[in-house]
Design a protein. Structure first.
Length: 216
C-alpha cells in the first residue's frame, strides 16, 4: 500500500499499540470494542483500515510486500471512543490512512467516520475493483448479492455521503447499491474464483489507488 511515507519509526507507538490492544479488549473499561492490529516492519509509513481480515490473509498468503504498514481490522461503525483511540494512533505514527471495506451501507457509514476523524482515503470496493474482478474471473460469477431489509434502511441513512456516492465508488458501484445489492470483500478476493496470482493484481490496484488518493 504505497501511501506517502513517514520517517517516524514505531518507537513509543509500539507501547501505545500494546496499551490500545489492552483497552480494546477490556470489557470493563471499553465495552464492545474489537480491533485487530498487525504491524509489518520497524518503521510505519501507512495505516490501512480493513473491515475484513480475509483480505489481509489473502495478501499475506501470497507473500505480498506489506512492510511499513500498520493494519487495523475494524468491525462496524466506529464509536466516538474508537475514533479517539485511532486518532491518537495515527497522530503518533504520522502516517496517512487508507480504507478498504465491503461495498455495502454499513462499511460506507463506517468510512464516513474514519474520513471525518482520521482523514481516511477510500480505496475500495469501487468500479475499478469490480471491473478487475469481472475481467479476470475464472468463469462468470455474480459478485453482487442482495441486501437485507436492515441494510436497505441503512442505505437511506448514509445522508451526507449519498450526494457524492458516484464520486466515491463510481457510477456502476453506486447504481448497484441503489438497486439494493452489495459486494463483500470475499467476493472480490476469494482465490478460488480467480486465476493464479490474481491477488497480486488486486494488491497492485490497491497500491495505485492509495498513491492517487495521496496525490502522488
Amino acid at each position: 500500500m504505497a501511501l506517502v511515507p513517514s520517517s517516524r519509526s514505531l518507537g513509543s507507538s509500539k507501547a501505545y499499540l500494546s496499551a490500545l490492544r489492552h483497552e480494546c479488549w477490556s470489557k470493563e473499561r471499553v465495552p464492545y470494542m474489537h480491533f485487530e492490529f498487525t504491524v509489518f516492519g520497524t518503521s510505519i509509513h501507512r495505516v490501512l483500515l480493513l473491515t475484513k481480515s480475509s483480505l489481509l490473509r489473502v495478501w499475506l498468503g501470497a507473500q505480498l510486500p506489506t512492510a511499513g504498514t500498520a493494519v487495523v481490522v475494524t468491525h462496524g461503525v466506529p464509536s466516538a471512543r474508537q475514533l479517539d483511540l485511532l486518532r491518537n494512533l495515527v497522530k503518533r505514527l504520522g502516517a496517512p490512512v487508507g480504507f478498504i471495506g465491503d461495498l455495502d451501507p454499513l462499511d460506507l457509514m463506517a468510512f464516513q467516520g474514519y474520513e471525518a476523524s482520521l482523514g481516511a482515503k477510500y480505496l475500495g470496493i469501487d468500479d475499478e475493483w469490480i471491473a478487475l474482478c469481472r475481467r479476470t474471473a475464472l468463469q462468470p460469477v455474480r459478485i453482487a448479492i442482495q441486501m437485507n431489509r436492515r441494510e436497505r434502511q441503512q442505505l437511506l441513512q448514509l445522508g451526507r455521503l449519498l450526494p457524492r456516492l458516484e464520486v466515491l465508488v463510481g457510477n456502476q458501484a453506486a447504481a448497484l447499491l441503489r438497486s439494493g445489492r452489495k459486494i463483500e470483500i470475499e467476493g472480490v478476493s476469494n482465490p478460488l474464483l480467480y486465476p493464479e496470482r490474481f491477488e497480486h493484481r488486486l494488491f497492485g490496484l490497491a497500491r495505485k489507488k492509495a498513491a492517487e488518493a495521496e496525490g502522488r
